[in-house]
Design a protein around this ligand. Structure first.
Ligand code: KIV
Length: 272
């Protein structure tokens, strides 16, 4: 097996190189300084400041309520923490749809105020003009096709996308359009693995999957899900690498017990 090239700093060009060399791209979400620092130090390739912050940080049911200002707050904290990885920030719902001028302004605001390296937008042909305009301004764009949670009320469910021929045709055409528009990568969410693999072969830019099987160029997961902080979300595609909810619960229970039974603090933990 070919040894992976060691990158000291990840750029959009490194990701393209990884695809060409067959090195898989690892991406995770993060929303704050402390976790971003740990994840970057573990050598993640991309941190996505996802609008999933709306769910896992703010407790909203969907990704729709989070604002541009809130996304910038999270992105700023992440950017301060990282040395190596590429930081991509989601344009939140309402900050780009149906208005390419607004899309450009939102992207520039994110880049200027957070110091992030790229933005991500959900959708295909509907937002092609916005994507072109943002890229023309010098801001790298990551696309997002398949299950697009910002459109949940249009589709009504979070089920697997692109199972019918019409939708399959559209997603393939959209991937080609996003590539032509200049996107440096595309996230494919919750679509059949065979189709995702086909799309990864159809385009030259990296395809990052979530619930899209192993035939793509990289994977992304929501950090709170894969670390087992969030126990309420259990889709088939999710692999849990830790059970932090249990570890945190046990630690907090021990602390409460120690305080109540007066064993914390002890003599070594106080000042003379
Ligand atoms: O917001 C997010 O976390 C995302 C990932 C699920 C790709 O868009």
């Amino acid at each position: 097996m070919k040894e992976n090239k060691k990158y000291t700093k990840i750029t959009t060009h490194s990701l393209q190189e990884m695809k060409i060399n067959g090195e898989k791209i690892a991406m995770l979400t993060a929303y704050d300084y402390s976790f971003a620092k740990l994840i970057d130090q573990a050598n993640i390739d991309i941190i996505l400041v996802g609008d999933s912050a709306s769910n896992v940080m703010a407790g909203h049911e969907t990704t729709l309520p989070i604002t541009l200002e809130e996304m910038i707050y999270h992105a700023k904290s992440v950017v301060k923490a990282i040395n190596r990885c590429l930081v991509v920030v989601d344009l939140p719902f309402g900050s780009y749809q149906g208005n390419s001028k607004k899309a450009l302004e939102s992207s520039i605001k994110i880049m200027k105020e957070s110091g992030a390296h790229a933005v991500k937008l959900e959708g295909g042909s509907e937002i092609e003009d916005s994507i072109k305009r943002i890229i023309d301004s010098g801001v790298p764009v990551m696309g997002h096709l398949g299950l697009t949670p910002q459109s949940i009320y249009k589709f009504g469910t979070y089920t697997v996308r692109a199972k019918k021929s019409e939708e399959i045709k559209k997603i393939k055409a959209d991937a080609k359009k996003l590539e032509k528009a200049g996107c440096f990568a595309i996230v494919l969410e919750k679509i059949p693995a065979k189709l995702a693999e086909e799309i990864a072969k159809l385009v030259k830019i990296p395809i990052i999957g979530i619930g899209a099987g192993s035939g793509v160029d990289g994977q992304v997961l929501v950090m709170h899900d894969m670390l087992g902080i969030n126990r309420d979300f259990n889709p088939r595609f999710l692999r849990r690498y830790s059970n932090l909810a249990e570890i945190i619960n046990e630690s907090v229970s021990k602390y409460i017990n120690d305080v109540k039974n007066k064993s914390f603090p002890n003599k070594n933990e106080e000042y003379n």
